[in-house]
Every structure is written in C-alpha cells, then in structure tokens.
Design a protein around this ligand. Structure first.
Ligand SMILES: Cc1cc2nc3c(=O)[nH]c(=O)nc-3n(C[C@H](O)[C@H](O)[C@H](O)COP(=O)(O)OP(=O)(O)OC[C@H]3O[C@@H](n4cnc5c(N)ncnc54)[C@H](O)[C@@H]3O)c2cc1C
Length: 258
C-alpha cells in the first residue's frame, strides 16, 4: 500500500507566535517545526508500512525553509519526499493550497493519503475534505486508529463522546488526531540515512497549476484583523477566617459556576 503523508511546516506552538504587518504568520521569526498532528500522521503511515509494505512519501507545500522539516520526516523513516515550492504560492488560502496539493497528488501513486486533522497554525481542518473533493477519494477523517483490511480500511473516527467505526475502500484520505499513536524520535541512523533519501522539488509548472489560481490575489479568504488574547487576570485568593466556605461558595456563585 503506497501512502502519501501531508506534512505542513508550522511555527512551534510551544513558543509565542507572531503575525507580520500584513497579518500573515511570521514564519521567518519563528522556530518552525513539523505540524504536531502531522508527526502522528507520519507514525501511522510507518506502522501501516511495517505491516503491509509499500512506500511512504512525504508531501509538503511550503517555503524553502520547509526542507528542514521534510528531512526530519525522512529521518523518522519515510522513503522519499516531494516539496512543492514556488514563490507564487505565498499567501495562498486553503482552497488554493488544496489545488496545489491535489495537483501534486495527481503525479504520485498512492492508495492512502494521511494528514493531520488540523494544522497547528491556521487550524481550519478542511484539507482532507477539499482533497477528497479534488481527487474523488473517500474522506475518512479524525481517526484514532487505522487498520488495513482485505476490502480497504477500517477507521475509528474519534467523536466528542467516543468513536465510530468507519469502513472505506481505497483510495482514501484519512486525517488523524494525536490519540492514534506516539510518534517515534528520529534515530541517529535515521538522521544520517535521511540525507541520502530522494527529495524532489516541484514548482507550479511541474504540477501544471496556473499561477492565477494561487497566491494572495486568488485568495478566497483574508485575515482583516487580529486581536491577541488578553493576559490572564490574577486569581482571587479566598482566605479562610471562619467564613472561607461561604466566601468560596459566594465567589463560585458570582461567576455562575454553581
Ligand atoms: C484565515 C487564513 C489565514 C491564513 N494565514 C496564513 C498565514 O499567515 N501565512 C501563511 O503562510 N498561510 C496562511 N494561510 C494559508 C494556510 O496556511 C493554508 O491555507 C494551509 O496550507 C491550509 O490551511 P490549514 O493549515 O488551516 O489546513 P488544515 O485543514 O487545518 O490542515 C490539515 C492538514 O492538512 C495538511 N496540510 C495543510 N496545509 C499543508 C501544506 N501546505 N502542505 C502539506 N500539507 C498540508 C497537514 O497534514 C495538516 O495537518 C491562511 C489561510 C487562511 C484561510
């Protein structure tokens, strides 16, 4: 089973993230990493490959700096990678990004695409559905478990209250939550091997996408303003001077907790 894993380079969510003047994410000033859920997608692909064979290909649409995260994905154990990199893609909305990813997928051989359920920067959670629409593959999203069967795939789709078991044929696009596995750390051997693994760089012409369909001018959405979350206010200390229980209950009632 050939698997393509979608890996997006994102600013580290553990550090403070900034927007630039045009309200896009400041990627130059950030410590960029593999999207957190995408690491789980890579691990899921490697586990399926260990049991069922086939190739694991990493696919990234992103700037030059994304090469670093692609190499880390290869160091985890993926076989090869494709980096779609073209200045004309900068500022693309999710719709345009999906056109680029779909065009790249058209040039690759795959039975299954695995992505994160949402990215940790824009976090729209739409890419698997958009790609299913573009490619005609099934969308089985929000997985906490993926099993290959003779008929196709069985997926445990995580919900707020538990999970649903879905069956699908392939080709399919499956997105994953962090409950699916614990991603492996790249070993030293893996890091050394990654340097020799094939990494192709494609531009818009290679995937036959017209430049008028991508970039800021073609964007279907724009960030018009952004407001930082206010800093947390200091908590209220209830000192027990005989009436502590009552004071605590009054406070909880005033905040409508009880
Ligand atoms: C409101 C808004 C603000 C935006 N702001 C910025 C910005 O400041 N700077 C900027 O550069 N872009 C920005 N974009 C573009 C945005 O980053 C892309 O549209 C993005 O690739 C898709 O959106 P998402 O990450 O929210 O997708 P989601 O649907 O949340 O992503 C789900 C999964 O799809 C895969 N995936 C998503 N994008 C890629 C990719 N590029 N390559 C490989 N796999 C991918 C990953 O596996 C990811 O876990 C913005 C878009 C919108 C709509």
């Amino acid at each position: 089973m050939n698997i393509v894993v979608l890996v997006k380079q994102v600013p580290d969510s553990g550090l403070e993230r900034q927007l630039t003047e045009d309200l896009t994410v400041d990627r130059d000033g950030s410590n960029n990493v593999i999207g957190e859920l995408d690491e789980h997608a890579i691990e899921a692909a490697l586990q399926l490959q260990a049991d069922h064979g086939g190739e694991v290909t990493i696919l990234t649409v992103g700037p030059d700096s994304a090469t670093e995260t692609i190499r880390k994905s290869l160091a985890m154990g993926a076989d090869k990678a494709v980096h779609v990199e073209d200045e004309r893609i900068a500022g693309s909305c999710a719709m345009s990004t999906s056109k680029v990813l779909a065009a790249a997928l058209k040039k690759l051989e795959w039975d299954l695409v695995i992505s994160g359920a949402e990215s940790t920067d824009s976090g729209m959670g739409v890419m698997p559905y958009l790609l299913a629409a573009h490619t005609g593959a099934a969308a089985a999203t929000g997985a906490r478990k993926i099993d290959k069967t003779d008929e196709g795939l069985t997926i445990e789709h995580q919900t707020d209250n538990g999970y649903q078991v879905l069956k699908t044929s392939t080709p399919a696009i499956v997105s994953v939550w962090d409950t699916i596995n614990t991603p492996r750390y790249p070993s030293l051997k893996g890091i050394m091997a990654a340097k020799r693994k094939p990494l192709e760089s494609w531009d818009l012409d290679d995937i036959e996408v017209d430049a008028s369909e991508v970039g800021t001018d073609a964007a279907t959405t724009a960030v018009v303003s952004a407001t930082k979350r206010p800093p947390r206010e200091a908590g209220k200390v209830v000192t027990d001077e005989g009436e502590g229980g009552k004071d605590l209950a009054d406070f909880l009632a005033s905040e409508k907790f009880i």
